[in-house]
Design a protein around this ligand. Structure first.
Ligand SMILES: N[C@@H](CCC(=O)N[C@@H](CS)C(=O)NCC(=O)O)C(=O)O
Length: 261
């Protein structure tokens, strides 16, 4: 039971402890100059699941011999608020990693939202994206699904199970229910295929693996895999191990993020 009473109008209590630096306003909070390296692709990111998606794709492109997929990768320390600096906000007004600039064009292109970065790179390099409309649409189904579904896992389950200062049954139950439903969905989908799109490894695998693959491999949120009985999702676990064995994926998890300061 909680003694919290919902007020008629919510007011921001600036003094309340807030480990994540959240504020109810968007926009930049301070002047910042981000470094720009030698390559045309400049990535401002971090080794979180959303950041890993982009590192995996860039390493896969390099593995596939795409020379112009060389990139500079910078660390945006979200715990220190780097995502609210003026230069980062110019690239991603939503102040979330990952974000990317492509300087290979006359007018540089900014790209934000992890899955949009995957799509941009897949189209630019004509790689890891199906050729037929039917196959591409099936891949897009899963990309959009991932974008809408992962906040339940990261922002919901992970937050209340792992990060919240007090452990509360109601939100943990609510988000565990949905997270397990999503794991079951993927397990059923992968029962008769090697990859999300069937035989073809695509950016849908790269988008989904850092969240759901890593979760069933026991790599996210402490002992969450035990809590969620992840071993029951056998097809999902096999897929997670299959993708995790790829050299580019292994490299992406260990890639160095350069300092911005
Ligand atoms: N839908 C976005 C989500 C990005 C996101 O939530 N990024 C987190 C790290 S994984 C972040 O930057 N958090 C910083 C903050 O919320 O201030 C995407 O897929 O790119």
């Amino acid at each position: 039971m909680s003694d919290y009473e919902v007020p008629k109008v919510w007011e921001w209590n600036k003094d309340e402890e807030n480990a994540f630096g959240n504020q109810p306003v968007a926009g930049s909070r301070f002047e910042q100059t981000l470094p720009v390296g030698e390559n045309s692709l400049q990535v401002y990111s971090l080794g979180t699941p959303n950041g890993q998606k982009v590192a995996i794709m860039l390493e896969e492109l390099k593995e596939a011999g795409k020379k112009s997929a060389e990139y500079d990768l910078y660390k945006i320390h979200i715990g220190e608020g780097d995502q609210f600096g003026s230069d980062f906000v110019k690239i991603n007004p939503n102040s979330k990693i990952p974000a990317m600039m492509d300087y290979s064009k006359d007018k540089p292109i900014r790209v934000f939202e992890s899955v949009n970065i995957l799509l941009y790179l897949a189209e630019k390099f004509d790689s890891f994206i199906p050729k037929t409309l039917a196959e591409k649409t099936e891949m897009m189904n899963w990309l959009f699904w991932q974008t809408g579904a992962a906040p339940y896992v990261g922002g919901g389950f992970g937050h209340f199970y792992s990060y919240a200062p007090t452990k509360q049954e109601y939100p943990i139950n609510r988000f565990t229910m949905e997270t397990k439903r999503q794991l079951d969905l993927l397990d059923r989908h992968l029962a008769d295929k090697d990859y999300i799109n069937g035989d073809e490894y695509t950016i849908a695998d790269m988008a989904i693996w850092p969240w759901y693959g890593r979760l069933v491999q026991g790599e996210l949120y402490g002992d969450a895999a035990t809590f969620l009985k992840a071993e029951e999702y056998t097809h999902l676990k096999e897929w997670a191990d299959r993708v995790g064995e790829r050299p580019a994926v292994k490299r992406a998890l260990e890639v160095e993020y350069k300092d911005i300061k």
